[in-house]
Design a protein around this ligand. Structure first.
Ligand code: B12
Ligand code: SF4
Ligand code: SF4
Length: 386
């Protein structure tokens, strides 16, 4: 996006930054800062280490874009500054309460409303246009989540907060519930001072993780993270992790919710991000009946659509397997003949957890011989062996 020609005197850069901050708050952002991309610390080297350890799992795009991602300017060398913006999405209820209701699904806070990518991108574009109009010169690009840019280290460099031991950005004013967005620019806006670490001796987030996804403080192994397993991971979920996932069917909030800095968190201001009532505590039985069209209709404008029906039902069946609710056996049994092998395999596991051993053996004798898919066959074999 280039600046339109300007007829009046351009604003001095510090004033331009102040005006932009005011506009950002009016747009609904809660945090604002300017980063010098050269001050993102050791983040690039740490990302290299993370990729070398293959902690990205199926997210091959993290490895493919490594060289562009390690330094903010690698993607756009002319960018002098990155304006970092945070939007609070503080929930109106404790997201951990639903974890006790095993026949219902836990959807993470960020996915209960509309997709933040669309909402934030539209706001960033409006702000970027306003910046160029005020400056009368320069160039900008906007980013939220999907570009090869390390948003958390940049937000830390811009003074928005620090990367906590759970690896996400924590703000002293807003706690852990904050989405990030970025406007890179060729304008030499005055940078803010980076924020230091305020985790101290606390390790609440590390202890709260249901799958032990933190090999060390400040490091995450995505392959064990429920958020990765339910959203990004494509195939069957590793068997040893399934029992640890409980009823979490889309994302996870446990480490964020445990953070004591949330006591300063306010409710999110953006109505479109607020939880839809039907996503607060949906019945697993109802979700298990969704065919492709019903799945898309059930989650309009929601990030949940991204995973597709197959992965979504895999997650629902994992939760059914963890529910201990024998009333859900018919739901899982129906899905044994689903067209999608991922769904059939997940149904096998769920039934192996809910049915008495003899009943499961009888079911296996009826279904397993007709199963053509090798991965589903493997599920039958593994379930009978345990
Ligand atoms: C890949 C990705 C994931 C992966 C990997 C998670 C991760 N922590 O990286 C998965 C799918 C698991 C995931 C999950 C979630 N994500 Co995500 N994700 C991303 C993405 C696209 C890239 C992040 C990245 O570069 N990871 C690579 C690794 C290397 O980064 P890292 O773990 O932060 O590594 C740093 C630390 O390990 C640190 N470090 C290492 N050693 C040490 C030692 C010390 C002493 C210190 C201080 C630091 C340190 O340095 C590394 C470099 O900064 C960003 C968007 C973006 N473009 O940045 C969103 C993003 C990080 N995700 C976000 C969100 C909201 C989530 C979830 C909360 C969603 C949910 N409810 O399920 C969970 C949270 C899980 C968690 N605990 O992180 C937000 C976080 C906002 C914030 N306040 O920080 C982002 C920024 C998207 C956005 N635009 O808002 N995500
Ligand atoms: S999001 Fe959940 S599974 Fe992932 S690291 Fe945090 S607590 Fe662990
Ligand atoms: S829970 Fe504690 S250790 Fe984790 S990010 Fe928050 S303050 Fe830091």
């Amino acid at each position: 996006m280039n600046a339109p020609a300007r007829k009046t005197q351009p604003l001095p850069l510090p004033e331009l930054k102040d005006r932009l901050r005011d506009l950002a708050l009016e747009e609904g952002f809660d945090a604002f800062g300017v980063a010098d991309p050269d001050k993102a610390g050791e983040a690039g080297d740490r990302l290299r280490h993370w990729v070398a350890e293959q902690r990205y799992g199926d997210m091959g795009w993290m490895a493919d874009t490594l060289e562009r991602r390690v330094h903010a300017r690698a993607m756009w060398p002319e960018a002098l500054r990155v304006v970092m913006l945070g939007m609070n999405y503080g929930p109106d209820e404790d997201p951990r309460a639903i974890l006790e209701e095993r026949s219902r699904a836990a959807i993470s806070v960020y996915a209960k409303g509309e997709d933040y990518h669309e909402i934030i991108k539209a706001k960033l574009k409006r702000l970027a246009r306003a910046l160029l109009a005020l400056a009368g010169e320069g160039d900008v690009k906007v980013f939220v989540d999907t570009a090869p840019l390390m948003e958390k280290p940049l937000a830390m460099a811009a003074g928005l907060g620090w990367q906590g031991k759970h690896t996400n950005l924590v703000s002293r004013q807003r706690g852990s519930w904050m989405f990030l967005g970025a406007i890179a620019t060729t304008l030499d806006l005055p940078p803010d001072a980076p924020m230091g670490d305020h985790c101290g001796q606390c390790r609440a987030c590390l202890d709260a993780c249901p799958t032990a996804a933190f090999p060390a403080p400040y490091q995450i192994d995505a392959r064990r993270c429920v958020s990765y397993l339910t959203i990004e991971h494509k195939g069957p979920i590793p068997r040893e992790l399934r029992p640890l996932m409980g009823n979490r069917i889309y994302g996870c909030d446990d480490c964020l919710a445990a953070c004591p800095w949330n006591k300063f968190a306010a409710l999110g201001r953006e109505a479109k991000l607020a939880a839809r009532d039907e996503n607060r505590a949906p019945d697993l039985a109802g979700l298990a009946t969704l065919d492709d069209a019903a799945f898309r209709a059930r989650f309009p404008k929601s990030p949940i659509k991204r995973s597709g029906r197959g992965r979504f039902l895999r997650n629902v069946l994992t939760a059914i397997g963890n529910s201990g609710d024998t009333g859900l056996i018919p739901s899982a049994q129906t899905l044994l003949s689903d067209d999608d092998a991922l769904v059939r395999g997940s149904a096998v596991w769920a039934l192996s957890r809910l049915l008495p051993e003899a009943d499961f053996a009888a079911l296996a004798a009826r279904h397993a011989p007709d199963e053509a898919d090798p991965e589903v066959q493997a599920e039958w074999m593994a379930a009978r062996a345990t």
